[in-house]
Design a protein around this ligand. Structure first.
Ligand SMILES: [Zn+2]
Length: 181
């Protein structure tokens, strides 16, 4: 690997093992996060992909828009899967997501029996970035998915995509608050 002077991110694992198709799903997640940011919401986006590679559903954070801090895309996708997919299809599906599931969403993912998770940046990375930005820490501890739902296969972070996400989070926390409604 070339060194370009960039400080390596922690936990540089598994990223190069992603297929082009898997990277495209993560790229779509980042687009959704950018869409959220453009709407003055927190930059998180996720897509649910079936076992045979079909994108079934997608979502982004709407916590600012709704005033409901549980409006995360990962729990939305878990609920969508519970309502629309039989058990075997849920187990074969993958949730691609910009940020590793928070404990609430990891629990929902585990309860509905969804399969693999692939994320661009970890919860630990996000906590570190928020610290650097002087942003308030989340009211829920940044536990990893495997601590909440130990049976779920998890892959990430993806270093270059994590860097892009760090920039989106920096912009979110440096932006002036949205005016009016
Ligand atoms: Zn969440």
């Amino acid at each position: 690997m070339q060194s370009d002077g960039e400080r390596p991110l922690m936990m540089d694992v598994s990223a190069t093992l992603l297929s082009d198709e898997e990277r495209r799903h993560l790229e779509r997640c980042i687009e959704l996060a950018e869409e959220a940011l453009s709407a003055h919401d927190e930059p998180f986006g996720s897509v649910l992909v079936s076992g045979d590679g079909v994108r079934l559903a997608e979502g982004r954070n709407r916590v600012v828009a709704t005033g409901d801090r549980t409006q995360h895309p990962e729990i939305e996708l878990a609920r969508w899967a519970a309502a629309h997919l039989p058990e075997q299809e849920r187990a074969a599906a993958t949730v691609f997501t910009t940020g590793e599931h928070c404990p609430m969403c990891a629990a929902a993912h585990g309860w509905v029996g969804l399969g693999r998770i692939v994320y661009a940046h970890s919860s630990q990375q996000l906590a570190a970035w928020l610290g650097e930005l002087g942003a308030p820490l989340p009211p829920v501890r940044p536990l990893s998915v495997v601590e909440i739902a130990p049976g779920v296969r998890v892959e990430g972070p993806v270093p270059d995509l994590a860097l892009r996400m760090r920039e989106l989070h920096r912009r979110f926390h440096l932006l002036p608050p949205a005016s009016g409604g």
